[in-house]
Write a protein that binds this ligand. Sequence first.
Ligand SMILES: [Zn+2]
Length: 223
Amino acid sequence: MTIKKLFNIIILSVLFITSVGAVVVSRSITKTSKLIYIDPGHGGSDGGAVGIDGIMEKDIVLAVGKNLKRFLEQAGYEVMMTRNGDYDLAPDISENRKREDIYKRVDLINSSDCLLYVSIHANKFSSPRIYGAQVFYKSSSIKSMELAESIQETIKSLLQNTKRFAKSINDKFLIDNANKTGCLVEIGFLSNPEEVRMLRDDYYQEKLAYAIYLGIAYYLDKN
Ligand SMILES: [Zn+2]
């Protein structure tokens, strides 16, 4: 990373910290619900995508989710997580763990009074050259689109390593069936050597979480 790039990131972070602090405090007072649901994908026997160095998606997304929880709570939000350890949400005895797990996640989100939810996953592709975080939303929800675009922008500004745009997505059970505003954040490609190296780094995980937090804060300020 060049010195200039590093400097830009530091300046951006300072600006974000000072501006968002004020924004979030004022909003959290006026809204009736302050609850945000974080959904770290996979868990337990379902490791999700496996990185080229053997790291599992379930572990990285949980780490980012926990960091995101901390930032949101510091800003005055209440946070619930669909999981906060290495397990899935299916009952002990289940004929279809994956299906019962995802049904439970949707149920938790829909039966809550959350302002919004964010599902966190990591990507994998056949070509190792593909990289970059990307945020997805339900095409029928304008609010979800706005949330996704806001998070995509803050990821772009803060991390400076993705040129991707927020995009609508179909046939993702959770996105299709969750009836709250929300989006799916694919935090990067575990199949890209450079990106997987960053994704397993504690500081990078924290920065990613902070970028998602800022995207949420900006979205909530406008809505
Ligand atoms: Zn996943």
